[in-house]
Design a protein around this ligand. Structure first.
Ligand code: 5AD
Ligand code: SF4
Length: 363
C-alpha cells in the first residue's frame, strides 16, 4: 500500500522522525539496533513486499571529467587505465540481460558532458528499447547534465535516474570535493529538481562513514531525502581508495562500524520513506561478505548485478576491494539468486519494479 499523500510524509502510525529521533536511532547498538533492523524488514515486507528487483549494471565507461576526492576513477588519477565500452558490446550485454529475464538495466559511468556524449547515450537507449521490444526498463547514473540532455534521454526511454548528493551538508560536500565550479553542491541539488521536472523516477543517496561526517550529518541526509521526496535511494559505506586525496585525510570508523551504520541508515530510511526503492549496494559486500543480504533484511529491495563485460571490470574501481571483478555475468546472476534466497526474498524477473513512491505521487 502506498503512502496515500504521494509525498514522503511521516508514515501511518503517527511516527515522527525528526533530527533528534533519527540521530538516536542511528546511534542504537545491541538489542535496540536489532529491533530497528527487524522493524525496517517488516516495514519493507508490508509496503513493497519481499520481492527483489534487478537492475543489470553496465559500467559503460570509467572516463570522468570530475575529480571527487574520494573516487578511484577521478580524472586526476593517472594510474587508471581508461576504457569506453563500444556501443555494440553494451548492446550485447543488454541483449543478454533481456534473455536472462532482467526487467531493467542501469547504465552507469563517469560524468561527461557535451553534445556527442548526449547523442551517444540517446542512441544507446533507443537501441536497448529496440532490442528488447520496449521491455527493458533503464536507470541512468551519468551525473549532472543540462535539462535538455535529461529530457532527450527521458524521451529516448530512460525513466529512472540516480544522482547521489553524496553529502547533503554543503560544508561536508565541500570537504570531499575540489573547490571549483565543476563540483558545486547547489548545482547537484538543482539537478535533482530538473530530473523530477523531466518526469524521471529520481534517486539520490550518500556515502556512509565519510571522513569528517557526524551522526547529525547522516540524520540530516535522511531528512534531505525525505524533503526532496525521492523515489529511490542508493546508499553505501565509504571505502578508501589509496590513489585518492581523501584517503588518510582523517581517521575513519573501522569497516565493521561503517557496515553497521549503513544498515541503520537503510533501516531508518525504510521507516521514514516506506514506499521507495532502495539498493543493497555492492560496496556493502566489499566490507562484509554478507553485506548485501543484510542490507536486504534491513529494508533494501533492489540488487544491481554487475553485467559489465569482464575485461573492463578491473578498471572500474571507485573504491578498493570491489567484489565480483573476476566473475562473469552468469556467475554474478547465480550469486544474486543465492543471496536473495538467504535474505528470504524472491527475485522478480521480466518486471520493471518501479518505485511505488513514484506511482503514488503520480496519482
Ligand atoms: N567509496 C564508496 N563509494 C564511492 N563512490 C565513489 N567513490 C566511492 C568510495 N571511495 C560512490 C559515489 C558515487 C557512486 C557511483 O559511487 O557515491 O555516486
Ligand atoms: Fe567521476 Fe562519479 Fe567518481 Fe566523481 S564519483 S570522480 S563524478 S565517477
Amino acid at each position: 500500500m502506498e503512502n496515500g499523500t504521494g509525498r514522503n510524509a511521516p508514515p501511518a502510525g503517527g511516527e515522527v522522525y525528526n533530527k533528534e529521533r533519527v540521530e538516536r536511532l542511528l546511534a542504537a547498538t545491541g538489542d535496540a539496533q536489532r529491533e530497528l533492523l527487524e522493524r525496517a524488514g517488516r516495514a519493507k515486507a508490508e509496503r513493497v513486499g519481499r520481492t527483489v528487483h534487478l537492475r543489470g549494471l553496465i559500467e559503460m565507461s570509467n572516463v570522468c571529467s570530475k575529480n571527487c576526492l574520494y573516487c578511484g576513477i577521478r580524472a586526476g588519477n593517472a594510474a587508471v587505465e581508461r576504457y569506453d565500452i563500444p556501443d555494440d558490446e553494451i548492446l550485447s550485454a543488454a541483449r543478454w540481460a533481456h534473455e536472462q529475464g532482467f526487467g531493467s538495466l542501469a547504465l552507469q559511468g563517469g560524468e561527461r558532458t557535451g553534445a556527442d556524449f548526449a547523442r551517444r547515450v540517446e542512441r544507446l537507449l533507443r537501441g536497448i528499447k529496440e532490442l528488447s521490444g520496449g521491455e527493458l526498463g533503464v536507470t541512468l547514473s551519468l551525473g549532472e547534465q543540462d535539462r535538455d540532455t535529461y529530457l532527450r534521454w527521458r524521451d529516448a526511454g530512460a525513466h529512472r535516474y540516480l544522482l547521489r548528493v553524496e553529502a547533503s551538508n554543503p560544508g561536508l560536500y565541500r570537504r570531499i570535493h575540489p573547490a571549483d565550479s565543476r563540483h558545486d553542491y547547489h548545482r547537484r541539488v538543482e539537478c535533482l529538481g530538473l530530473l523530477r521536472d523531466c518526469g524521471y523516477q529520481v534517486g539520490t543517496g550518500v556515502m556512509v562513514g565519510l571522513p569528517f561526517q557526524t551522526l547529525g550529518d547522516l540524520a540530516d541526509d535522511l531528512l534531505f531525502m525525505r524533503r526532496m521526496d525521492v523515489d529511490m535511494i542508493g546508499m553505501g559505506p565509504y571505502i578508501e581508495h589509496h590513489e585518492t586525496p581523501l584517503c588518510g585525510a582523517a581517521p575513519l570508523p573501522p569497516a565493521t562500524e561503517r557496515v553497521e551504520l549503513t544498515l541503520k541508515m537503510l533501516a531508518v530510511a525504510r521507516l521514514m520513506m516506506p514506499d521507495v526503492n532502495m539498493v543493497a549496494s555492492t560496496a556493502m559486500q566489499s566490507l562484509d561478505p554478507a553485506g548485501r543480504e543484510r542490507a536486504l533484511m534491513a529494508g533494501a529491495n533492489i540488487l544491481m548485478p554487475n553485467i559489465t563485460p569482464r575485461r573492463y571490470r578491473d578498471s572500474y574501481k571507485l573504491y578498493e576491494n570491489k567484489p565480483g571483478v573476476a566473475e562473469d555475468a552468469q556467475e554474478s546472476l547465480r550469486a544474486i539468486e543465492a543471496l536473495a534466497a538467504r535474505a528470504g526474498a524472491r527475485v522478480a524477473y521480466r518486471q520493471w519494479g518501479d518505485s511505488r513512491h513514484f506511482a503514488a505521487r503520480q496519482r
